[in-house]
Each structure stands twice: as C-alpha cells, then as structure tokens.
Design a binder for this molecule. Structure first.
Ligand code: NAD
Length: 305
C-alpha cells in the first residue's frame, strides 16, 4: 500500500520554490491538504524574491491542477500563529509541520554584522519556534503530530562563511531532539534533515550540472516518510540528497577516567591520546545515558573520600 496522508493537513513553510515546493507537491499528491507558506523573498531574505508572494500561489495552482487541495499563506515564519491559523481556518486541523523556510547571509565571521547574525536566527530558529509553538497545542490535543526541521550539513560539520547559518541549523537539531522527548507521550514526532539539493540557494555555489542532478524531488520522499503515521523515528537526524539517505548519531570515545578529581591540565595532556581514541566508542542516545558514567564516578569519589 502506498503511504497516504488522507484527511491530514500539512503546513510547509517556504514552499513557494525549491525543496518546500517538492514537499508540498508530494504531500498533496498523496492526499494531504496543504498550506503552502512563502513570504516570497530573495535568498538573502530581501523583498523581491523570484515570483514574490505569488510563488506560494503558483504552487497552490500546481497542486489544484493535479487534483489536490491546498491554500496559500504569505506570512513570514516569524509569525507562525498566522500560518497555523490559515490551516485551522481552511481545514480545521494541523497534523504535519515542515519548518523549511530559509535564507542565507553568508560572510566570513570577521566581516559578519549583527544584522547578518540576527536575520538568520530570526528566520531559521525563531521561525521554526514560532510555527511549532502555534501548531503544538493542536498536536497535543489530537495526540498526533509530525514535525520535520530543515537543518544542514553546514550545521553538522561547519562551513566557511556560514557561522550564523551553521549555528542556527545545528540549533534546529537540538530543537528537534527536545521536541521529540516532549512529544513522545502524545505521538508527536520531530526529526531534522540535512538536505542537499539543487535550488536557488545552492545554484551559486555548485556547477549547473550538479544543481540539475540534485533534484529536490530526491529529498521529498524522506520528508514524507518521516511525517507518516507509521514512522516511529523521532529526535533523529538524516542526511539526504541525490537518491541517498542516511542516519547520523553521536559517537563518543571511551574517554579516560582520572583517579582523583584533583587532576591537572598536565594530566589531561598526558592522557590526550586515550581521551580522543575512538576504539570501542559508545553511542549515547539520551542525556541520562550520557551522564551515567559521570554520575557513577561522582559516587565513587564520594565513597572513597
Ligand atoms: P529556496 O531559497 O529555494 O527556498 C526557501 C524558501 O523560503 C523561499 O521560497 C523563500 O521565499 C522562503 N522564505 C525565506 N524566508 C522566509 C520567511 N521568513 N517566511 C516564509 N518563507 C520564507 O531554498 P531551498 O534550497 O529549497 O531551502 C529549503 C530549506 O532547506 C532551507 O531551510 C535551507 O536552509 C535548507 N537547506 C537546503 C540545502 C540545499 O542543498 N538546497 C542544504 C541544506 C539546507
């Protein structure tokens, strides 16, 4: 049976083009009613983006032409309550939220201005916060929700000229992980993806043939799967692009336990090889699990005086 989203409502931010458009078309083709949000800005977040606010209308028209259901919303993701209200007014519920809208203000850190920093935080982090905050009570009440946040390889690995963007994007990973914990009991899942796709965001940094080959349509099936009711993944991070999907996790060295809490910087230096040796690495999956060893050690220090 194909995965379907009948009777479900999906809100996709920044869906007037690029990846968001591909998500919107896919959800609609599989039965979801879609809110196509887009402010219609340039990649730098300025007015006058390709198609402007009409970008959202065009995607809505595409969906309707194909027999699907969709409405447009033109608010900035900073005002998430207005976007979610569009879903409630049009369809009475919200089941799926893809926090996808995004801009770039790439510049080396030395030249980065407070405006470059603030705008990126506003759209990516505050935007995801604001939309999720507005959708959350509905999801809690109906005991069902699926959220996907658009992170980035730049956040996972760092990238020259993207200190602002990478900070925001890794922030969305932490955001997803905590939402997953808080949503668990009400069947609300939240995951993050680091996509790679040829869009206007990447067309200036990649050769045209690569841009053409990295179709947004190769990312959309993962987003659809993560938002399906049968999907049990939550609090996880996936890299996706060009027909490849993989899951990431934290890896931790066994580390070195010092024999006394009064160890010095010289002791750290002397044991550096062991501290950083990934032989026999572990993969903690929760804060509790990550702290277990340290808590046990504290007890030992206490009892040994
Ligand atoms: P895109 O520029 O084609 O699409 C982003 C859309 O977001 C645009 O249509 C834009 O108008 C809209 N938008 C911007 N600010 C908005 C706001 N305040 N409110 C509402 N809409 C707004 O870019 P894309 O490549 O499709 O990127 C989609 C998401 O994926 C972004 O979050 C981006 O950071 C992330 N991402 C993309 C890639 C990639 O390879 N394309 C890689 C990593 C992460």
């Amino acid at each position: 049976m194909p995965l379907r989203f009948d009777n479900q409502v999906a809100v996709i931010t920044g869906a007037g083009g690029g990846l968001g458009r591909a998500y919107a078309l896919l959800f609609a083709s599989r039965g979801a009613k879609v809110v196509v949000n887009d402010l219609g800005v340039t990649t730098h977040g300025e007015a006058g983006g390709k198609g402007g606010v009409r970008a959202a209308d065009k995607v809505v028209a595409e969906i309707r032409r194909a027999g699907g259901e969709a409405v447009a919303n033109y608010d900035s993701v900073e005002f998430g309550e207005k976007i979610i209200q569009t879903a409630i007014d049009a369809y009475g519920r919200v089941d799926i939220l893809v926090n996808n809208a995004g801009i770039l203000r790439d510049v080396s850190f030395a030249k980065m201005t407070a405006k470059d920093w603030d705008l990126i935080m506003l759209v990516h982090l505050k935007g995801a916060y604001s939309c999720t905050k507005a959708a959350w009570p509905y999801m809690q009440k109906q005991k069902y929700g699926r959220i996907v946040n658009a992170a980035s390889g730049a956040g996972l690995y760092g990238n020259f000229g993207q200190a602002n963007y990478s900070a925001a994007k890794l922030g969305l990973v932490g955001f997803s992980k905590t939402l997953a914990r808080e949503g668990e009991r009400r069947n609300i899942n939240a995951n993050a993806i680091a996509p790679l796709a040829g869009t206007r965001m990447t067309e200036t940094v990649m050769p045209q043939e690569v841009v053409d080959a990295l179709k947004p349509e190769y990312v959309a099936p993962l987003v659809a799967y993560l938002c399906h009711e049968s999907c049990r993944e939550s609090g996880e991070v996936f890299e996706v692009g060009a027909g490849w999907i993989s899951k990431l996790r934290w890896q931790r060295t066994q580390g070195h336990m010092f024999s006394s809490p009064t160890f010095t910087a010289d002791d750290v230096a002397a044991n550096w090889a062991k501290i950083t040796d990934f032989t026999g690495a572990t993969y903690p999956t929760s804060l509790q699990e990550s702290m277990e060893l340290v808590m046990r050690r504290l007890e030992e220090f206490k009892t040994s005086g």
